[in-house]
Design a protein around this ligand. Sequence first.
Ligand SMILES: [Fe+2]
Length: 672
Amino acid sequence: MANQNLLSLSTFSLFLSTKPALNLSMLPSKTPLFFFYFFFISTLFTNSFSSPVSITLTPKTLTKSGDSVKIQWTGIESPSDYDWLGIYSPPNSSNDNYIGYVYLSSCKNWKSGSCSIELPLVNLRSNYEFRIFRWTEKEIDKKNLDHDHNPLPGTKHLLAKSKELGFELGGGPEQIHLALTEKDDEMRVMFITGDGKENYVKYGEEEDEMDEMVKTVVRRYEREDMCDSPANESIGWRDPGFIHDGVMKNLKMEKRYYYKVGSDSGGWSATHSFMSWDGNSDETNAFLFGDMGTSTPYLTFMRTQDESKSTLKWVLRDIEALGDKPSFISHIGDISYARGYSWLWDTFFTQIEPVASKVPYHVCIGNHEYDWPLQPWKPDWAQTVYKMDGGGECGVPYSLKFTMPGNSSVLTGTRAPATRNLYYSFNSGVVHFVYMSTETNFLPGSDQYNFIKHDLENVDRKKTPFVVVQGHRPMYTTSNEGRDAPLRDRMLEHYEPLFVKNKVTIALWGHVHRYERFCPMKNYTCGEEEEGLPVHVVIGMAGQDWQPIWEPRPDHPKDPIFPQPERSLYRAGEFGYTRLFATKEKLTLTYIGNHDGEPHDMVEILSSGRVLKGVADSSNKVVVKSTFSWFVKGASILVLGAFMGYVIGFISHAKRVAASGTSWTPVKSDDV
Ligand SMILES: [Fe+2]
């Protein structure tokens, strides 16, 4: 039967697609074309539904994002490892518009023709449907490839369709994430619902006494707001739901607050909690990274970032280790890598909720949120810099799904709402954090330049002895990245003098998907340790894996030898993130590797601006306590460990020259 079914489908497909020579005009002129098509379409349906292949779903509806459905199939004759399951949402998507797929051979007993898999799913506010197809090696289409150039499975032979799978109504909002506002006694919470009805935030100091309540502001965006494909096409666009934004006010300093969001009619979320801010705290804790992206539990045609799971796992560990100390997350551009495929934004916000519902989640804009051909600011020198990396989103999902402090915005020049969350700053304990946009006008004369200049010139260094500036595209990198060179030149020309003059402690950048720490420097030249020059660190290693090689030797550009310039003190290919811990006296930035969750590099900077190297510790174990003193200890141990490894030859490619003019010693350098 299955073969018969396949035959009929193939015949139909062949008839339509490979026999154009059959000229319909050759048919008798009065042949009712309608019946002609009807015959084939009914053949298709008859065969499809008489197929012995069936799919059953358990349960029939899911409660919330992250719940798993068991997908069970039976009756596949002569199973092939090319058979696959397509994931569709909404269910009326055409066969080619699957959002993801799973090969049936990933199931242990697939050769029996019956098997089942469990798939955790995200609530996309429309139902799912699953379809099983047979695909053959001969049908590999070299033009139909995924982002990594693997062939995408073909949809010529449909074997079975499932019933629809939805999410229960009344399950409450999803995708909850916090952010700081301009006021220390506030905390913003944002979330998504499927309808635009009134929603609230209930909060209080006791879990069973959430007596305070605020109503949310609701906004959304439309398909017409997207400025290009795929964001405005059927494969990319999905209804984004309603974006809610509520601000909890009059919070006491550094207290644990409990909250939930929703409404009596639409349901309430689970109860979450966070530590309120303390503007006068003498300690700062933060987790910082760029370019994290998201991970799907199925294959898809876009490159996704499985390492994001590991980054979030370790960050969550660290947040829990902090206990009742406030902290926040800083994700400096290239946020979800949705690039116009809306369901990846839903996946991203679902994935970060376990951390973003506990601590503020701060962002700055990256090329993958924004770049589009007609973007309003694209000077001649930047024609090769700014391209179309945003997948037609033109900053709209980024601008509406987050609300950062300040009121920076630029008009899109289209019907789309203005691009927001571009540049802002806030104090966290002893550190002044500044966020900038490398995607919109940053040159002298621009609102952004004026803001950053004024901001840096007016930091109260008694209150915040440390200043950390963050942006997406780096001012410095030693990766072999030519596209952004004109942008780096402008950044160096206009921002490095600002940073040096105003004694910026650390400049953090993303975009390059590796960790790289430089000596304190200006104009590519290392300075003295007590000079107070900015330390640039590239931290785009949180998830995205594609990356150009390091710079080769100029006179041997094709040889795979990548000398590490003196200014680059540590560079690594491992995924990970950074932890920042600061007191009035000292700031410590530590690089944690995802492969082991341990510190692998660190820099310490005193409030005088003096840069110290890592300090060795006599113990040999990283002890995780609910205090950040272990950051320093742990990092020190690792520095010692790396040094020992260096000595006994484990690190065969280590750079052996300390940066001249400083007391720095590179502890490790990884070739990629
Ligand atoms: Fe980027």
